[in-house]
Ligand binder design. Sequence first.
Ligand code: PHE
Length: 448
Amino acid sequence: MDDARRGGWASRFGFIMAAAGSAVGLGNIWKFPYVTGAHGGGAFLAIYLVCVFGFGLALVMAELVMGRMSRRNPVGAFKRLAGSAWPAAGGLGVVTAVVILSFYIVVAGWAIAYLVYALDGALSATDADALNALFRRLTGAPVAPLLYAAAFMLATAVVVARGIAGGIERMSKLFMPLLFGILVLLVLRAVTLPGAGEGLAFFLRPDWSSVDIGTVSAALGQAFFSLSLGLGGLITYGSYMSPRQNLGRDALAVVLLDTVVAVLAGLMVLPAMMAAGMTPAEGGPGTTFKVLPAVFAAMPAGRLFSIGFFLLLTLAALTSSVSLLEPVVSYLVDERGLKRTTASALGSLVCFALAVPVSLSFGVWHEVTFAGLTLFGLMDFFASHLSLPIGSLLTAICLGWVVGRPALDELASRGQPVAAWAPVWLFFIRFIAPFAIAWILIQGLIPG
Ligand code: PHE
């Protein structure tokens, strides 16, 4: 597909909403609170913030630069910018997108199911046992969660099939402001809950005693996942950016929005969890679903709040899932000559097929483990601890060492001089990011 016919963002605001929509998702609202809980709270938050602003921001800019420079999907971008030895780096990204999508749609399906429960008034239980049982009944069922996952995959495919400006951008411009509105209301409610203090202290006051290299590796993986880094999703989004756009400033806006939402989600979930007498370390993937309904049920207009929350979760998931499908689709369109609709359908079918065993791994196949991990655990580990860091490492090496100085001109918007801080960014991408990521990656893999 030639560059002009690939399409592009219609406006700067549209791009920011789409890219923030990609970043803000289940990673922030569903995953961040339980991962923070599992790794000790405040200290994890501090290390996470260092990862986001120390590495994440620079790498977000790196992916966007690679995309805008090459006007290609991840595979094509590495090929155009670095030659024939590199497309495998983009290929790993496309495969990783498929892997993440296949568990992402399962969890997003739960969000839809809970939205249906909330609308039905079926979330009125306040005791933990009843909510546990509800969660287990849904996720342990063989068929129902797959139907919800299928509905979610279909919605994702329809949006992606409609293209960049007409599909992804249009949806994000509508949903993202709505999402921020709902979130602010919910947080105001959660932090004024009786008993919120202990959870707030756990989340905000660092306790360094439990920190080890595993904490750092988990924080880095979470930062990459949350910022949509390491699989070329942002390369793809960058490939539709206007050359006139101020890339550095817009990247900063996206990173800030993502971080604010993660912190707000932590403020919402962790206090509620501790107020309900749960230990943060033991929450796991069910945390959000088990904890918040109890909070909503116990307060005035709770049903409205629970509808709002699960709507928020579903919409946030959708603006992210399109950014997981888009690199796969743009690869099939650019490199394999498929039509966008065909590519969206094909990509979705493959992801759904993979989602079947993932969904079952929460129920009947719970006992089937690999090195102590369920299939979901394994895929999550592959993505966050291996593939996303490796993808970011390769991006940094490619941009810093193969592309080199021309990246600085691409970072500046067309007709503008290179910013004074830009060489510092390139220095960081060249000399610091690759070594730091490689070190954390290797340390994180050594069983401790
Ligand atoms: N950032 C998304 C989230 O936090 C997930 C995602 C990862 C999206 C990688 C695209 C690429 O939910």
